[in-house]
Design a protein around this ligand. Structure first.
Ligand SMILES: [Zn+2]
Length: 343
């Protein structure tokens, strides 16, 4: 029993988008309250900054330079949602580096899985735009590095928002399977069921958009019936999870109905499709502190193949009509995309 690698750094707390911002340093204190319940099972590490080459394998160099300059000059708002300070660029490089360090720790069998409570989060960041509280795309930087080494990467994104950045970065890449459940419509407006990938990447994007108030069980049934057969066929060698806990009904930004046991089920789905020691969970969103604490606790417990009771029952309602409609629309879109490629 080696335990769960957890990468934390004081810089993650120093990235501060300002008062009243939902993506606030207190989030990591809520995560720490959950982690303290598992301290004996954690392999703590202090991340190193991601090398520039790994960052620029995903992001345009001019964009990275501009972001660095803006932060070094003191920062400010990048758009209506995304604000940085003088610590933000360092924090972003360390957040990206944490994933690369986790790959090394798992590959050398120092830990059984990894959980990375990162700030700033990453899944909205595109190759040339910081947006949606995200500066650099942490999960994408790791996925790109893994594919460079010949690996096949599943990215499972259960954040309540669609990971537009991650999808855009890999939509033409046949070696990265991007699977997302998300509220739709919701920021950033992407993640339609008909977006199935582009060119050689046709089939390796799976979007499961869910209307407000959809339950975690509906998401699980959609994942298991629509996505899982493709995931199994894809034969991933690594599973990277974009874990956002903002699907919880207490979350102030969204309107889904995902409970802690549902988050555990999402993590288990990723854990079960790769061999032991090949799963890394990246923190994305989650803005209700108690829901974030409970989500973290069930995630760590699941990675340890344990159960933890947060006092919440799993959801029991399933919208089977919705799941059937999503399955039909995706199958139609995939057939059209494959026809267009002459497959
Ligand atoms: Zn989110």
């Amino acid at each position: 029993m080696r335990g769960i690698a957890v990468g934390t750094h004081p810089r993650f707390l120093e990235h501060d988008p300002g008062p009243w911002h939902p993506e606030r340093p207190e989030r990591l204190r809520a995560v720490e309250r959950a982690l303290s319940r598992f301290e004996d099972a954690l392999v703590r590490f202090s991340p190193t900054p991601a090398p520039r080459a790994a960052v620029e394998a995903v992001h345009l160099p001019a964009h990275v330079d501009a972001l660095e300059r803006f932060c070094l000059m003191g920062g400010g708002p990048l758009d209506a949602d995304t604000t940085v300070n003088d610590a933000s660029f360092d924090a972003a490089l360390l957040a990206a580096g944490a994933g690369l360090d986790a790959v090394q720790l798992l590959a050398s069998e120092v830990a059984d899985a990894a959980f990375l409570p990162l700030r700033p989060p990453g899944h909205h960041a595109t190759s040339d735009t910081a947006m949606g509280f995200c500066l650099l795309n942490n999960v994408a930087i790791v996925a790109r590095e893994l594919t460079r080494r010949g690996e096949r990467v599943l990215i499972l994104d259960f954040d309540a928002h669609h990971g537009n950045g991650t999808e855009a970065i890999f939509r033409e890449d046949p070696n990265v399977l991007y699977v997302s459940t998300h509220q739709y419509p919701l920021f950033p407006g992407t993640g339609r069921i008909g977006d199935v990938g582009v060119g050689r990447g046709v089939g390796t994007t799976i979007n499961l958009p869910l209307p407000p108030r959809s339950t975690g069980l509906t998401a699980r049934v959609a994942l298991e019936s629509i996505a899982l057969p493709h995931v199994v066929d894809f034969h991933p060698t690594w599973a990277l999870v974009s874990a956002g806990y903002d699907g919880h009904p207490a979350d102030p930004l969204t309107e889904l109905d995902f409970r802690s046991p549902d988050f555990a089920a999402f993590v288990a789905l990723a854990l079960d499709v790769v061999r032991p020691g090949r799963t890394i969970v990246f923190l994305e969103g989650g803005y209700d502190l108690e829901a974030l604490e409970h989500g973290t606790a069930v995630t760590i417990a699941t990675l340890l193949h344990e159960r933890v009771d947060c006092g919440e029952a799993p959801s029991t309602d399933v919208d089977h009509d919705l799941v059937a409609t999503l399955a039909r629309l995706r199958a139609d879109s995939l057939a059209r995309a494959r026809d267009a490629r002459g497959e």
